[in-house]
Design a protein around this ligand. Structure first.
Ligand code: ADP
Ligand code: MG
Length: 763
C-alpha cells in the first residue's frame, strides 16, 4: 500500500551537504506495526517526514496505493497529509490555546467535515484513548501521557490509513510508555503504523516488523511475508480551511492575550477616532449649512437687475496680473494710476420683452414665484394727528417697499414663507401687507411711512390706518413751462383721484425661512403698480417728457449711460418693462434647473445682449462649502498619518504573533492545512484586531462627540453639531480592517512560507 523507492534526501546548511537519507527503499503493508530503530542522526525523522508528506524527497519515489507522488502538487500533498496520515510526535505538538476537543477536531475541520459529525467523531476517539472526562481541558492541564493520548486521538480522528509516530514515548516514563504503545497498537489494528523508537525492547515486544537504520540507510529489515492484498487505488479529497475556522482559531489565540489585543486595538484605533471625529464635525457643520441652504438660501431669489457684476475669467486674470506687477510696498515717491476693473465688471442687463416672455415660460414646477419690479414712483401721502399730512420719501433706502411675489402654478410663495397674523392676502385687492419681525417689531421708518408715531400699536389700529398715492396730474403742477411737485399734501390726500391704501394683512416670516423673510417690510401687490401706471401713463408730465430730450424734473440732459429717457419715463409711470426681476426657486434641486434655464437664454447672444443674474445664495454657500471641505481634508490628512502608523504597528504585532505561533503553523501543516490556510489564520487574526480597533475607534468617537457637542454649544450656540454619519462609521471600520489586513499581510505570507518540518521543531 505504501512504497518508497530509492529515496534520497540531503540538507544543505552553510555550504555543507548532509545526506540524511541515502537511497532508501522500503515496501510497507497494510496492518503492519513497523518499528524503526537506529542511532540519533540516522535519518529516522527525515524518513517519517518524507513518508508523511511534510518534507520532500530529492530523488526516488513515494508510491501510495499504486500512485506515484513524483508529480504531486502542493495541494495534493496537503490533502494526502490530511486524509491518509496521522502524526504522533515525541513532544505531542498540541495547540495550547484551544481545548483538547478542538485539537482533535482540527484535522477534520480542515477536511470539511460538518461540525456535528466532527464532534461525534472527536468524542469517539477521545473515549477510545480514555480521555472522555477531560475534553474541555487545555493541553497544559494534562500529564505527558494524557497529552500523548490526545495526540493519538487526533491522529485517529480523520480515520487515516497510516499512523506515523516519531518517538511517541521519548518523553514518557517506562510505565506510561508501555501504556501508550499498547494503545497505539490497539487503536491502529487495521492501519499501517510506522513508529520510530529508541527502545529496542518495546519494539521487539510490540512491533510486527523492525527496521534498523544507520547513516541514512536501512541496515536491517525483519521483513515478513508479502501478502498480496486487494489494494484500492489512491484517491484524494482536497482540504481547505474555511474562514470561520480560521477566525475561531485566531479568536481563541487572541483571547489568551486579551490585554495585548485590547491595547493594540486601542492604539490603532486612534487614527480612526480622529477621522471619525473630524467627519462627525464637518458632517454636522455641513448638515447645518445644507439645512440652512435648503430651507432658506435656496429660496433666496435669483436677481436680475439692470446692473450685474460679471466676474469672467478674463477680467479676473487681468486683475491678478495687475496685482502681481507691483509686489512690494513702493518706496518711490511716485503715484501710480490703476486700471479700474470694477467698471469692466459691471454688466448692463437690458431687460427686453423677449426676456420677460422667456421668464414667463419657465417651468412652473421649478419656481414658487417670480416678482417683476417696476420703477414707477409712488407719490405717497400719509396723515398723522400730530404731524398732519406728509409726503413719504420712498427713496430712503432703509425702508423701500417691496413687491409681493407672484405665485407660480401650484404653489403659494407667501404661505410657504410667512405666517399670516391678521387679515388676509388678496393679490387683486389694492392694499398693503405689513411684515413684522419675529418679535412683532417694525422699523420706525416704516411706521412713519404709514403715519404712525406710537411706540406700540394694536393690529386693529394698524389695519385702520390709511395712506394715499396721488396721481401725477394732482401731484405735478405746471407752472411757467415747468412741472413742480405740489406741497399741498392735505389736498392731495383728500383728492378723489388718489388711490387709498390700507394694511390688508400682517405677516411674519416663518421661523426656518429667516434668510429671506427676516425683518420688517411693506409689501404691495403688482396690481398696485399696474393701477398707478394706468393712472399716470397718459398724465401731462409723461406726455411732456416723451417729447423732450432732457429730464423734465431736473433739466439735465440725458446721457446714454445712467440718466436715460427710458428710466425717467418709467419713473414717471409711463408703462415700462420691469427694472428688477426676482425669481424664487422652489427648492435646492430646482434652483439648478432655473439657473440652467437662464444660462440657456444667453447662448449665441452678443455680450451686450446677455442677461447676467446674481445668485447670492450660491455665492454664500459655495464659499462656506469650500472652506469647510478644505479644513476637513487637511484634518483628515493629519489623522491619516496615525492610521498609517497603526497599520505598521499591526504588521509588527502580527509578525510577533507569527513568531509565537510558529509551532501552531507546523501542526496545522502536519494536519493538512494548505499554505493558503495559514495565511488565512493570520489574516483572521488581523481581521479581528482590525474589527476591534475599528469598533473601538467608532465607539470612542461617538462617546467623544458628547463633550465636543457640549463645548460647541457653549461657544456657538449650535446644538448637536457633531454627529457621526452611520455610513462613515461603517466605512471607517472597513478601512480599519483593510489597513490592518494590509499591515498583517506580509507577516501572514511569511507564516505560510514556513517550512512545516522546521516549524514543528521550534519550541
Ligand atoms: P534522526 O531522527 O534519526 O535522529 P534526522 O532524520 O532528524 O535523524 O536527521 C538526519 C540527518 O539530517 C542528521 O544528520 C541531521 O543533522 C540532518 N538534518 C535533519 N534535518 C535537517 C535540516 N532541516 N537541516 C539540516 N540538516 C538536517
Ligand atoms: Mg529524530
Amino acid at each position: 500500500m505504501l512504497e518508497i523507492k530509492k529515496i534520497k534526501k540531503s540538507y544543505n546548511t552553510g555550504g555543507f551537504k548532509q545526506d540524511a537519507l541515502k537511497d532508501v527503499s522500503i515496501k510497507f503493508q497494510k496492518n503492519e506495526f513497523v518499528a524503526i530503530l537506529g542511532p540519533s542522526g540516522s535519518g529516522k525523522t527525515t524518513l517519517l517526514n518524507i513518508i508523511g508528506g511534510l518534507d520532500r524527497y530529492d530523488s526516488g519515489d513515494l508510491i501510495i496505493n499504486n500512485k506515484s507522488t513524483k508529480k504531486f502538487k502542493n495541494n495534493e500533498w496537503d490533502a494526502y497529509r490530511n486524509n491518509c496520515i496521522g502524526f504522533i510526535f515525541q513532544n505531542y505538538n498540541l495547540i495550547s490555546h484551544i481545548s483538547i476537543l478542538a485539537n482533535v477536531e482540527l484535522g477534520m475541520t480542515l477536511s470539511g467535515i460538518s461540525a456535528k459529525k466532527r464532534h461525534k467523531k472527536a468524542l469517539e476517539v477521545l473515549k477510545l484513548v480514555g480521555l472522555e472526562n477531560h475534553i474541555h481541558k487545555k493541553p497544559n492541564q494534562l500529564s505527558g501521557g494524557q497529552m500523548q493520548r490526545v495526540a493519538i486521538a487526533r491522529a485517529l480522528a480523520n480515520n487515516p490509513d497510516i499512523i506515523l509516530a516519531d518517538e511517541p514515548t521519548g518523553a514518557l516514563d517506562s510505565k506510561t510508555s508501555v501504556q501508550i504503545i499498547k494503545l497505539i497498537k490497539k487503536v491502529a489494528q487495521d492501519k499501517l503504523v510506522i513508529m520510530v523508537t529508541h527502545n529496542p525492547s518495546l519494539a521487539n515486544e510490540y512491533a510486527s516488523r523492525i527496521i534498523e537504520m544507520k547513516d541514512g540507510k536501512v541496515i536491517k529489515d525483519s521483513k515478513v511475508e508479502e501478502k498480496n492484498l486487494n489494494e484500492k487505488n489512491y484517491t484524494i479529497k482536497k482540504t481547505s480551511m474555511n474562514f470561520l475556522t480560521a477566525l475561531k482559531l485566531s479568536l481563541n489565540n487572541i483571547s489568551t492575550k486579551k490585554g495585548r489585543t485590547i491595547l493594540t486595538a486601542f492604539a490603532s484605533s486612534i487614527g480612526i477616532i480622529g477621522i471619525a471625529l473630524i467627519l462627525a464635525l464637518s458632517n454636522g457643520f455641513q448638515k447645518e449649512v445644507d439645512e440652512f441652504e435648503k430651507d432658506s438660501l435656496s429660496q433666496m431669489p435669483i436677481i436680475i437687475s439692470e446692473q450685474a457684476v460679471s466676474m469672467d475669467q478674463e477680467t479676473l486674470k487681468k486683475m491678478q496680473l495687475n496685482e502681481n506687477k507691483l509686489k512690494k510696498y513702493s518706496t518711490k515717491k511716485l503715484v501710480y494710476a490703476q486700471d479700474d476693473f470694477t467698471n469692466s465688471m459691471i454688466h448692463k442687463n437690458v431687460i427686453t420683452s423677449d426676456f420677460i416672455d422667456y421668464i414667463d415660460k419657465i417651468d412652473s414646477s421649478y419656481v414658487s414665484g417670480t416678482s417683476l419690479q417696476k420703477s414707477v414712483r409712488f407719490n405717497i401721502i400719509n396723515y398723522n394727528e400730530k404731524k398732519g399730512y406728509t409726503l413719504v420719501d420712498l427713496s430712503n433706502q432703509m425702508a423701500p417697499w417691496s413687491l409681493l411675489p407672484n405665485n407660480s402654478k401650484n404653489s403659494d410663495i407667501i404661505k410657504e414663507n410667512y405666517d399670516v397674523l391678521a387679515g388676509k392676502i388678496d393679490k387683486n385687492e389694492i392694499g398693503l401687507v405689513l411684515q413684522v419681525d419675529n418679535k412683532n417689531r417694525v422699523s420706525k421708518t416704516i411706521l412713519e411711512q404709514l403715519g404712525i408715531n406710537d411706540e406700540k400699536i394694536s393690529f386693529n389700529d394698524i389695519m385702520n390706518k390709511e395712506v394715499k398715492i396721488a396721481i401725477n396730474d394732482d401731484y405735478y403742477n405746471y407752472y411757467k413751462g415747468r412741472f413742480m411737485p405740489t406741497n399741498n399734501y392735505e389736498k392731495l390726500y383728500n383728492s378723489e383721484n388718489s388711490i387709498s391704501l390700507k394694511i390688508k394683512a400682517i405677516i411674519r416670516g416663518k421661523k426656518d425661512k429667516e434668510a429671506i423673510t427676516s425683518g420688517s417690510n411693506i409689501l404691495y401687490p403688482s396690481s398696485l403698480t399696474d393701477l398707478v401706471i394706468a393712472k399716470n401713463k397718459d398724465s401731462k408730465i409723461v406726455k411732456a417728457q416723451e417729447k423732450l430730450d432732457y429730464n423734465i424734473l431736473t433739466n439735465q440732459k440725458f446721457d446714454n449711460e445712467n440718466n436715460t429717457k427710458k428710466a425717467t419715463l418709467a419713473y414717471l409711470g409711463a408703462d415700462s418693462l420691469p427694472s428688477i426681476i426676482y425669481i424664487f426657486p422652489k427648492n435646492f434641486e430646482t434652483k439648478d434647473k432655473v439657473i440652467n434655464y437662464l444660462d440657456k437664454y444667453n447662448n449665441n447672444l452678443n455680450q451686450d445682449k446677455k442677461i447676467i443674474y446674481t445668485d447670492m445664495a450660491s455665492m454664500l454657500s459655495s464659499l462656506s462649502g469650500n472652506i469647510m471641505s478644505a479644513i476637513t481634508i487637511v484634518l483628515i490628512a493629519f489623522s491619516s498619518i496615525s492610521l498609517i502608523v497603526s497599520s505598521i504597528m499591526i504588521g509588527i504585532i502580527t509578525y510577533i504573533s507569527v513568531l509565537e505561533r510558529t509551532k501552531e503553523i507546523g501542526i496545522l501543516r502536519a494536519l493538512g492545512a494548505r499554505k493558503k490556510d495559514i495565511t488565512r489564520v493570520f489574516n483572521a487574526e488581523t481581521f479581528i484586531i482590525g474589527l476591534i480597533s475599528g469598533l473601538l475607534g467608532i465607539l470612542i468617537a461617538i462617546f467623544l462627540t458628547i463633550p465636543t457637542n457640549f463645548i460647541i454649544e457653549k461657544l456657538s450656540g449650535l446644538a448637536n453639531v457633531a454627529k457621526l454619519n452611520p455610513i462613515h462609521a461603517i466605512i471607517l471600520i472597513i478601512i480599519s480592517m483593510i489597513l490592518t489586513l494590509i499591515g498583517g499581510f506580509i507577516p501572514a505570507k511569511v507564516a505560510s512560507k514556513k517550512n512545516p518540518v522546521e516549524a514543528l521543531r521550534t519550541e
